[in-house]
Design a protein. Structure first.
Length: 168
Protein backbone atom coordinates (compact mmCIF):
# COMPACT_ATOMS: atom_id res chain seq x y z
CA UNK A 1 0.00 0.00 0.00
CA UNK A 2 1.01 3.59 -0.50
CA UNK A 3 0.40 7.00 1.05
CA UNK A 4 -0.22 9.48 -1.78
CA UNK A 5 0.36 13.21 -1.39
CA UNK A 6 -0.88 15.61 -4.07
CA UNK A 7 2.08 17.99 -4.28
CA UNK A 8 2.03 21.46 -5.84
CA UNK A 9 4.92 22.94 -3.85
CA UNK A 10 2.71 25.04 -1.55
CA UNK A 11 3.38 25.22 2.17
CA UNK A 12 0.31 23.09 2.86
CA UNK A 13 1.49 20.47 0.37
CA UNK A 14 4.88 20.49 2.09
CA UNK A 15 3.22 19.99 5.49
CA UNK A 16 1.13 17.14 4.07
CA UNK A 17 4.24 15.49 2.64
CA UNK A 18 6.10 15.74 5.94
CA UNK A 19 3.17 14.28 7.87
CA UNK A 20 2.68 11.47 5.36
CA UNK A 21 6.38 10.62 5.56
CA UNK A 22 6.30 10.58 9.36
CA UNK A 23 3.30 8.26 9.37
CA UNK A 24 4.80 6.22 6.53
CA UNK A 25 7.96 5.68 8.54
CA UNK A 26 6.05 4.49 11.57
CA UNK A 27 3.65 2.30 9.61
CA UNK A 28 6.26 1.16 7.07
CA UNK A 29 4.31 2.49 4.10
CA UNK A 30 5.65 3.91 0.85
CA UNK A 31 5.03 7.65 0.32
CA UNK A 32 4.41 8.98 -3.17
CA UNK A 33 4.26 12.71 -3.93
CA UNK A 34 2.29 13.37 -7.11
CA UNK A 35 2.41 16.62 -9.06
CA UNK A 36 -0.02 17.26 -11.89
CA UNK A 37 1.20 19.93 -14.31
CA UNK A 38 -0.83 21.68 -17.00
CA UNK A 39 1.72 21.38 -19.82
CA UNK A 40 2.61 24.76 -21.29
CA UNK A 41 0.46 26.81 -18.91
CA UNK A 42 2.83 29.62 -17.97
CA UNK A 43 0.32 31.56 -15.88
CA UNK A 44 -0.61 28.54 -13.78
CA UNK A 45 3.08 27.77 -13.23
CA UNK A 46 3.91 31.34 -12.20
CA UNK A 47 0.97 31.46 -9.76
CA UNK A 48 2.49 28.44 -7.99
CA UNK A 49 6.05 29.80 -8.14
CA UNK A 50 7.16 26.89 -10.30
CA UNK A 51 8.82 29.38 -12.63
CA UNK A 52 9.99 32.95 -12.18
CA UNK A 53 8.05 36.04 -13.29
CA UNK A 54 10.12 36.43 -16.47
CA UNK A 55 10.61 32.76 -17.32
CA UNK A 56 8.77 30.91 -20.03
CA UNK A 57 7.22 27.53 -19.35
CA UNK A 58 9.65 24.62 -19.46
CA UNK A 59 8.30 21.25 -18.33
CA UNK A 60 11.72 19.94 -17.36
CA UNK A 61 12.36 22.98 -15.15
CA UNK A 62 8.98 22.65 -13.44
CA UNK A 63 9.31 18.90 -12.86
CA UNK A 64 12.90 19.10 -11.61
CA UNK A 65 12.01 21.96 -9.24
CA UNK A 66 9.10 20.06 -7.73
CA UNK A 67 11.13 16.84 -7.53
CA UNK A 68 13.96 18.67 -5.78
CA UNK A 69 11.52 20.23 -3.33
CA UNK A 70 10.10 16.78 -2.49
CA UNK A 71 13.52 15.17 -2.01
CA UNK A 72 14.79 18.10 0.08
CA UNK A 73 11.82 17.74 2.44
CA UNK A 74 11.53 13.97 2.52
CA UNK A 75 14.36 12.05 0.86
CA UNK A 76 12.60 8.72 1.34
CA UNK A 77 9.47 9.82 -0.57
CA UNK A 78 8.97 8.80 -4.18
CA UNK A 79 8.00 11.41 -6.75
CA UNK A 80 5.80 11.14 -9.81
CA UNK A 81 4.54 13.80 -12.16
CA UNK A 82 1.65 13.74 -14.55
CA UNK A 83 0.79 16.25 -17.25
CA UNK A 84 -2.59 17.44 -18.41
CA UNK A 85 -3.56 19.67 -21.29
CA UNK A 86 -2.58 23.33 -21.03
CA UNK A 87 -6.24 24.38 -20.94
CA UNK A 88 -7.59 21.38 -19.05
CA UNK A 89 -11.13 21.97 -17.78
CA UNK A 90 -11.88 22.32 -14.09
CA UNK A 91 -11.56 19.03 -12.25
CA UNK A 92 -9.01 17.47 -14.61
CA UNK A 93 -6.12 17.76 -12.14
CA UNK A 94 -8.22 16.29 -9.34
CA UNK A 95 -9.37 13.41 -11.54
CA UNK A 96 -5.77 12.67 -12.51
CA UNK A 97 -4.72 12.64 -8.84
CA UNK A 98 -7.60 10.34 -8.03
CA UNK A 99 -6.63 7.99 -10.87
CA UNK A 100 -3.01 7.82 -9.68
CA UNK A 101 -4.16 7.08 -6.12
CA UNK A 102 -6.25 4.20 -7.42
CA UNK A 103 -3.44 2.93 -9.71
CA UNK A 104 -0.95 2.67 -6.84
CA UNK A 105 -3.54 1.15 -4.51
CA UNK A 106 -3.33 4.06 -2.07
CA UNK A 107 -4.32 3.26 1.47
CA UNK A 108 -4.24 6.94 2.43
CA UNK A 109 -4.24 10.22 0.54
CA UNK A 110 -2.80 13.13 2.55
CA UNK A 111 -4.07 16.45 1.24
CA UNK A 112 -2.78 19.88 2.20
CA UNK A 113 -5.87 22.06 1.85
CA UNK A 114 -7.49 24.93 3.68
CA UNK A 115 -10.98 24.03 2.52
CA UNK A 116 -11.13 20.34 1.56
CA UNK A 117 -12.53 19.32 4.94
CA UNK A 118 -15.10 22.09 5.16
CA UNK A 119 -16.80 21.53 1.81
CA UNK A 120 -15.75 18.18 0.41
CA UNK A 121 -17.89 18.72 -2.68
CA UNK A 122 -16.58 22.19 -3.48
CA UNK A 123 -16.07 22.52 -7.24
CA UNK A 124 -13.05 24.77 -6.85
CA UNK A 125 -11.14 22.46 -4.54
CA UNK A 126 -8.86 19.79 -5.94
CA UNK A 127 -8.58 18.44 -2.42
CA UNK A 128 -12.35 18.23 -2.11
CA UNK A 129 -12.69 16.14 -5.26
CA UNK A 130 -9.89 13.77 -4.27
CA UNK A 131 -11.24 13.56 -0.70
CA UNK A 132 -14.68 12.49 -1.92
CA UNK A 133 -13.49 9.11 -3.25
CA UNK A 134 -14.20 6.18 -0.94
CA UNK A 135 -11.50 3.88 -2.35
CA UNK A 136 -8.89 5.16 0.14
CA UNK A 137 -8.79 7.00 3.46
CA UNK A 138 -8.09 10.72 3.45
CA UNK A 139 -6.17 12.89 5.87
CA UNK A 140 -6.54 16.64 5.48
CA UNK A 141 -3.69 18.86 6.63
CA UNK A 142 -4.70 22.45 7.36
CA UNK A 143 -1.76 23.55 9.52
CA UNK A 144 1.34 24.68 7.65
CA UNK A 145 3.74 24.00 10.52
CA UNK A 146 5.51 20.65 10.77
CA UNK A 147 3.75 17.89 12.67
CA UNK A 148 4.79 16.86 16.13
CA UNK A 149 4.57 13.14 15.80
CA UNK A 150 7.44 11.99 17.98
CA UNK A 151 4.92 10.26 20.24
CA UNK A 152 3.65 8.19 17.34
CA UNK A 153 7.19 7.08 16.57
CA UNK A 154 7.96 6.05 20.14
CA UNK A 155 4.63 4.25 20.50
CA UNK A 156 4.92 2.30 17.26
CA UNK A 157 4.91 -1.49 17.71
CA UNK A 158 7.55 -1.61 14.98
CA UNK A 159 10.06 0.17 17.22
CA UNK A 160 9.61 -1.79 20.44
CA UNK A 161 9.06 -5.55 20.49
CA UNK A 162 6.23 -6.86 22.60
CA UNK A 163 7.18 -9.12 25.45
CA UNK A 164 5.13 -11.47 27.55
CA UNK A 165 7.42 -10.57 30.42
CA UNK A 166 8.39 -7.34 32.05
CA UNK A 167 8.96 -4.40 29.69
CA UNK A 168 10.70 -1.44 31.27
Amino acid sequence: MTFVVPFDGSTLAEAALVRATEFGTVLEERVLAVSVIPNGNTRYSRERDWIGPNEGFDLETVVSGLHEQVTDLCPSADFRHETVDRYAPSGTIAKRLQRVAEEVDASLVVIGSENAGRFVTSLSSIGGYVASDDVYDVMIVRDRSPAKIAKVRTCSPHKRPKSDFYLS
